[in-house]
Write a protein that binds this ligand. Structure first.
Ligand code: FES
Length: 182
């Protein structure tokens, strides 16, 4: 079968001046849209970077150690263990009430005290003091500690972390050291 002669298609019509003007307008709009997005992103990044730095930076700095007063010597009887609350050494600006932390304070002599972290040495759950049993109990996995903070039973790998403690001018002070967990 003989090949049919190739049909020549007509060249596309030249765009009119109106069409050209419309195409230019659309291209301009698209460029302006992209520029607006770019400016918005740059502005957002300019605000976000310092804000994130402000929030996160205190978490990576060295934690300062401060002595915090937790009450008068005579507020605890010899042999008694009580819960005391104090403000963290480096309260974050937005921490509010969470800047407060707690410890178990035990009076062992006229001017002698011991202070224990309330956080279990296993995974950090708060331990409770049971005065009748004279034991600290952890509700999470059954960790038990003697009154001196040493491990009595359960999974804790070591005793309760102790805070340095001192008596100054009749007041008991605790140093706010970081608490290692595990
Ligand atoms: S967190 Fe206390 S025993 Fe596991």
């Amino acid at each position: 079968m003989p090949d049919e002669p190739e049909k020549k298609s007509d060249p596309p019509p030249e765009p009119t001046e109106e069409q050209k003007a419309e195409a230019t307008l659309i291209a301009r709009r698209q460029l302006l849209g992209k520029m607006s997005i770019a400016v918005g992103c740059a502005g957002g990044a300019a605000l976000a970077v310092p804000l994130v730095g402000f929030i996160v930076a205190p978490l990576f700095g060295d934690q300062p150690r401060e002595w915090r007063e937790v009450g008068g010597v005579e507020s605890v009887k010899i042999g008694e263990t009580v819960n005391v609350v104090f403000v963290d050494a480096s309260p974050l600006p937005w921490a509010g009430v969470t800047a407060k932390t707690a410890a178990w304070l035990r009076r062992i002599g006229e001017n002698e005290f011991e202070a224990f972290s309330v956080n279990c040495a296993h995974l950090g759950c708060p331990v409770r003091w049971l005065p009748d049993a004279r034991l600290f109990m952890c509700p999470c996995h059954g960790g038990v500690y003697y009154e001196d903070g040493s491990v009595a039973a359960g999974p804790p790998p070591h005793g309760l972390t102790k805070y340095p403690c001192r008596v100054k001018d009749g007041r008991v002070e605790i140093r706010t050291d970081p608490i290692p967990i595990g």
